[in-house]
Design a protein around this ligand. Structure first.
Ligand code: SAM
Ligand code: FES
Length: 343
């Protein structure tokens, strides 16, 4: 295993059969973490970039089988934030030191292009030193173009799985990986900093599927890669499926850091949900981004993607203090920069 890890460290790539061995083994995980940490430190030092996550809507027209806010979940509590509420989240976040706001939500047609463009321009006018990231799912080329012109800087759209067969087992037939990929390439072409990614340990996923994800990421060359464990939600068709594991998620984070030395790699909330020190372990395995929740406390439990999601009870300020303590005791430092990818 040592040779494979060293080969990945020096060349940034492996053959499919070598990836299969590395992904399926749990040997030498400390060595993999050490190398991943070394590469991360080379480009980003000890900095951890914070992104303030504002969960703007729990309405969704999609029906992804794994997701707690899918449209068929009649028990999901629906809410959407008003323009004023979103601007207030940004103001709180700005005062707490955030210089990136991520507006994420289900695919909610209430958030028209006009609504979003006016909101984005207002946020950029008030906080010109901040980056605006959107994560609103699949929209048309025109919609992405308008929002880019209004000032949006980045877009997060996990591809979920690059395998059409697995994609079909995780989504209803009206959704397709072809459309999702097209959206990602459109976003790239329009000049967004793009984030793609996938869930680890999602039902039916094989090592071959994961290797396809790695190959797709090589083709797309995103600026950010979001991966986290699948966690079941009790009101979805995958209620009785197992969560993805900490071990495999960390292994893939380490592999991704060695494949994409400069990429922005978040230690996700889902990772912190399956293990109390999951996010710290992620930081020690090459991650350099955290996305604390800036949503109003009264809606946090309603953005209920999976069971036992952490950080749904605290105020934003408490979240930041807690994370600061965790980051520092893990040997890292919070950065108040916008946190763009290094060139
Ligand atoms: N609607 C937007 C989209 O489709 O990209 C953004 C919101 S969506 C809820 C954000 C991400 O949550 C998805 O890309 C998916 O990977 C993740 N997610 C959904 N259900 C999950 C689950 N049960 N476990 C872990 N992650 C989940
Ligand atoms: Fe739309 Fe999950 S099904 S956000």
């Amino acid at each position: 295993m040592t040779e494979l890890i060293e080969k990945l460290y020096t060349s940034g790539d492996l053959t499919d059969s070598e990836f299969k061995i590395l992904v399926e083994s749990d040997k030498d995980s400390e060595l993999l973490a050490e190398y991943a940490d070394k590469v991360r430190r080379k480009y980003y030092g000890r900095k951890v970039f914070l992104r303030g996550l504002i969960e703007i809507s729990s309405y969704c027209r999609n029906d992804c089988f794994y997701c707690g806010i899918r449209r068929s979940n009649r028990n999901a509590e629906r809410y959407r934030l008003s323009r004023e509420e979103i601007l207030l989240c940004c103001e709180n976040g700005y005062n707490l030191g955030f210089r990136t706001f991520v507006m994420q939500g289900g695919e909610d047609l209430y958030f028209t292009d006009d609504f979003m463009c006016s909101l984005i321009s207002e946020v950029k006018r008030k906080y010109s030193d901040c980056a605006v990231t959107l994560s609103l799912g699949e929209r048309s080329y025109e919609s992405y173009r308008k929002m880019k012109e209004a000032g949006a800087d980045r877009y997060l759209l996990r591809h979920e799985t690059a395998s059409p067969e697995l994609y079909g087992k995780l989504h209803p037939s009206e959704m397709s990986i072809a459309n999702r990929k097209e959206c990602l390439f459109n976003l790239h072409e329009l000049g967004y900093q793009v984030g793609a990614g996938f869930m680890v340990g999602v039902p039916f996923q094989t090592t071959e599927d994961i290797i396809r994800d790695l190959r797709f990421l090589q083709e797309l060359r995103p600026h950010m890669i979001g991966i986290g464990p699948f966690v079941p939600h009790h009101n979805t068709p995958f209620a009785d499926k197992k969560s993805g594991t900490l071990g495999l998620t960390l292994r893939l984070l380490g592999i991704l850091r060695l494949m994409f030395p400069k990429v922005l790699l978040p230690a996700t909330t889902a990772l912190g949900t399956i293990s109390p020190d999951g996010r710290e372990r992620g930081l020690k395995t090459g991650c350099n981004v955290l996305m604390p929740n800036l949503s109003p406390v009264n809606v946090r439990k309603k953005y209920d993607l999976y069971d036992n999601k952490i950080c749904t009870g605290e105020e934003s300020a408490e979240c930041v203090v807690c994370l600061q303590r965790r980051i520092e005791s893990a040997g890292f430092e919070i950065s108040c920069e916008r946190g763009d990818i290094v060139l």
